[in-house]
Ligand binder design. Structure first.
Ligand code: NDP
Ligand code: 2IT
Length: 448
């Protein structure tokens, strides 16, 4: 980094936590985005704003002990990073995946802070999770794990302090088990303590669809402003086949795009006629099966082992919706060679730094995750609003609010990119637009 203050802050992060590569990656991207701005804000250094911004308010880590179906006691690790509460209570999902560690939780929480700052809603940033692997576990094991996890976490969360939701490996089923256990512990029905709840007990219509739909609303704005085009008639690749990917693909279809390939962690399926989402939903949501089954069941579709090779298939619009760093230099090369015109990040940080640089160099706009996938957490905040006023809004009402939020996120990011002399660089724009708001709130609240 050219600016000495930015470099100093980054060096301190590296020195303090040398073993956190994912966290370094997100902090580096953020600090680099401030290069053209930092000299205009001497109050940041004077008040230690950046030093405070890259250091979580706190992280709790805990042991999770649970009993498997054989009666054996299993031990996992759990974390919750409460990163920044300048503009609202900590808000962000919980991830259950064997790759979870403190670095992953910190990068996700840091992204949440900036994402939530873009949503226009009063939420700070946090994230939690465990290295528990839900694959192949029985429903009883999932329930016992969720109960054990939240029994450790419950003392740190609440509707005015920290409100978790889902992420990889945590959907409506897991939120339900955690909510039930919280009710037993607290002896109270505290609706807004978790979001992504079932519709029968305080969930919001559209929360399930919100992240995926929101990605497409954001991408529509990108396509219009930066490529003078729209989804209609374009081939699209959506990676992953979880909550985000499925509803992203559904909205692409509604907007006239053709999703030709999707994946899971084992491999990908290619269907030149367009992926049939009812089949994917049945395999993934009802049967909790592998995506390979799609090729067995749909004539004309093929399955290829190895999820990263999905970019061998050319597409006009790339929407990676699986996990962090799934698009590296190799994948970016293929995306560019395939004639892609725009990429929006549905997963959190799916592109490596190098991949983003390559895409930008090839003139392909990149919609960063903290903007493109902010529809999920925005709708979580709308769920909290409905819980607080003890009402529930219609699907159409929530959808309309979500659409307006995604438009405003794009506009604010685009305007910020222009203001700092990087027009169309939505990565820089999102970081700047959000940080200007959060840093102002930090300054106004004094030293803490
Ligand atoms: P799900 O658990 O529903 O689905 C995850 C999908 O990604 C599955 O298809 C899974 O395959 C695949 N996947 C997970 N880990 C890997 C890996 N290491 N390598 C390859 N594929 C992998 O999670 P979500 O759809 O909720 O989350 C997907 C992404 O979207 C994550 O980055 C998450 O942080 C982000 N996100 C989620 C939001 C939400 O509201 N749920 C909101 C905003 C962002 P398999 O089944 O084989 O494991
Ligand atoms: O990464 C994310 O934005 C989420 N996992 C959703 C968080 C939330 O609180 O809804």
């Amino acid at each position: 980094m050219k600016n000495a203050y930015l470099q100093r802050v980054y060096d301190q992060v590296l020195a303090r936590d040398p073993n956190e590569p994912e966290f370094h990656q997100t902090v580096h991207e953020f600090l680099s985005s401030l290069e053209n701005l930092v000299d205009d804000h001497p109050e940041w250094e004077k008040n230690g704003i950046l030093e405070r911004f890259v250091e979580p308010d706190r992280i709790v880590s805990f042991r999770v002990s649970w009993v498997d179906d054989e009666g054996k006691v299993q031990i996992n690790r759990g974390w919750r990073a409460q990163f920044n509460s300048a503009i609202g209570p900590y808000k962000g999902g919980i991830r259950f995946h064997p790759s979870v560690n403190q670095s992953v939780i910190k990068f996700l929480a840091f992204e949440m802070v900036l994402k939530n700052g873009l949503t226009t809603l009063p939420i700070g940033g946090g994230k939690g999770g465990s290295d528990f692997d839900p694959h192949g576990k029985s429903d009883g094991e999932i329930m016992r794990f969720c109960q054990a996890f939240i029994t450790e976490l419950y003392r740190y969360i609440g509707q005015f302090s920290d409100i978790p939701a889902g992420d990889i490996g945590v959907g409506a089923r897991e939120i339900g088990y955690m909510f039930g256990q919280l009710k037993r512990i607290n002896g109270q029905f505290q609706s807004a303590i978790l979001t992504g709840k079932g519709l029968t007990y305080g969930g919001s219509l559209m929360r399930t669809e919100a992240t995926g739909y929101g990605i497409c609303y954001y991408t529509q704005e990108m396509l219009k402003k930066l490529c003078s085009t729209e989804f209609t008639g374009k081939t699209v690749i959506v990676t992953g086949s979880g909550n985000v990917a499925i509803y992203c693909a559904e909205k692409v279809r509604q907007l006239g795009g053709l999703v030709v390939a999707m994946s899971d962690s084992n491999g990908y399926v290619y269907d030149p006629d367009g992926i049939k989402l009812d089949v994917i939903k049945d395999i993934k949501l009802n049967r909790r099966g592998r995506i390979k089954l799609y090729a067995d069941e749909v004539p004309g579709a093929t399955y290829t082992e190895g999820c990263r090779n999905i970019w061998d298939v050319p597409c006009k619009i790339a929407l990676p919706c699986a996990t962090q760093n799934e698009v590296g230099a190799e994948e970016a090369k293929k995306i560019i060679a395939g004639g892609c015109i725009a990429l929006a990040e549905g997963a959190n940080m799916p592109c490596t730094t190098e991949a983003v640089e390559m895409l930008h160099a090839a003139g392909i706009p990149v919609g960063p995750a903290k903007a493109a996938n902010a529809g999920g957490v925005s709708t979580s905040a709308l769920e909290m609003t409905q819980n607080s006023i003890r009402m529930s809004w219609s699907f159409e009402e929530v959808d309309e609010r979500l659409h307006a939020i995604m438009r405003s996120i794009f506009q604010a990011s685009y305007d910020a990119s222009v203001a700092v002399g990087k027009p169309g660089n939505l990565v820089v724009g999102a970081n700047v637009a959000s940080f200007l708001k959060i840093s102002q709130a930090m300054l106004e609240q004094g030293i803490y």
